[in-house]
Design a protein around this ligand. Structure first.
Ligand code: MF3
Ligand code: CO
Length: 291
């Protein structure tokens, strides 16, 4: 991109400024690092301010939907009911539920209870009861722009063990967010997430990770939460991705339900929990744009 654009041409980011006064230095830095062998994502995945603004509109809807779920969820609610709420709220805000029909996924939201790690399919037969923990994973398409976040809910009074798991995964995400700094490798973030889970005696799912997002549901990079320090692509301003570790109380082994092809469970049947936020890398750190 930097080769094709004249220094006095308008910048690719849409600021209206001349390229030389806007992103020229940024592009040169990126290119130099790439040539030095640092892995960086494709330039097309770096969001322009206008794209950021539009993706944030999508995020606002996603947040409102999860706020709605938070207000209404409780014992006696079926996961199909949560699916209806999510569908209705999404449409009410002018959005489309991203999971519906994605790779054949049959519902508008993923609902993952207790030992279900992720991608649980809502069902009329599945009714929440006191003591359950559930992840509700909402993703929205709004005017072509994608957002994605998930939260845990404790149903009534849950055991201290489950409560701690839910709390620690939340901390893992917060620690991950604190490691998002421009021009540093994304592996530092995943490493910090993993450490915090391990310190608390938990494991982190290895096979399923996070992803870039914005113009597509799942963009590069694939994001690990068991990464080593100083590995992976460099985080650069304008990059967007999810922080969504799945933390298990027991072993990190998981399997996918053969009957529905979606539901992922822990192999040992012990609980798993996940929170998901989307971050935008900024000049001096990051902004959590979806939660
Ligand atoms: N937030 C989940 C993810 O990024 C949503 C999956 S939707 C599904 O993987 F349709 F793929 F289940
Ligand atoms: Co996601």
């Amino acid at each position: 991109m930097s080769g094709k654009i004249g220094r006095n041409d308008p910048c690719w980011c849409g600021s209206g400024k001349k390229y030389k006064k806007c992103h020229e230095a940024f592009d040169e830095k990126l290119e130099q690092l790439r040539q030095k062998g640092f892995p960086v994502i494709s330039h097309d995945l770096i969001k322009t301010p206008q794209q950021v603004q539009r993706i944030k509109e999508s995020c606002k809807i996603n947040i409102a939907i999860l706020d709605y779920v938070a207000e209404h969820i409780g014992p006696g609610v079926s996961t199909e009911e949560i699916n209806r709420w999510v569908h209705e709220q999404t449409v009410k805000h002018g959005g489309i539920p991203a999971p519906l029909g994605y790779d054949g996924f049959p519902k508008s939201v993923c609902t993952s209870i207790n030992e279900v790690v992720c991608h649980g399919i809502p069902s009329e037969e599945e009714v929440l009861k006191e003591g359950d923990i559930i992840n509700v994973d909402v993703s929205t398409i709004y005017q072509g722009y994608f957002s994605d976040s998930s939260r845990m809910f404790c149903i009534g009074k849950v055991s201290p063990e489950k409560e701690k798991l839910v709390q620690v995964v939340k901390e893992c995400v917060e620690i991950g967010v604190s490691k998002v700094k421009p021009w540093t490798p994304i592996g530092n973030m995943g490493h910090a997430v993993h450490e915090h889970a391990l310190e608390n005696g938990y494991t982190v799912v290895q096979q399923i990770g996070g992803h870039g997002i914005g113009l597509e549901f799942h963009e590069d990079p694939w994001v690990s939460y068991v990464s080593s320090d100083n590995s992976g692509v460099l985080m650069v301003p304008g990059m967007m991705f999810t922080i969504e570790p799945m933390v298990n109380m027991g072993s990190d082994e998981i399997y996918t339900d053969e009957n529905d092809g979606w539901t992922v469970r822990t192999a040992d049947g012990k609980p798993s929990a996940q929170w998901e936020v989307t971050v935008l890398v900024t000049e001096d750190g990051c902004e959590v744009i979806c939660y």
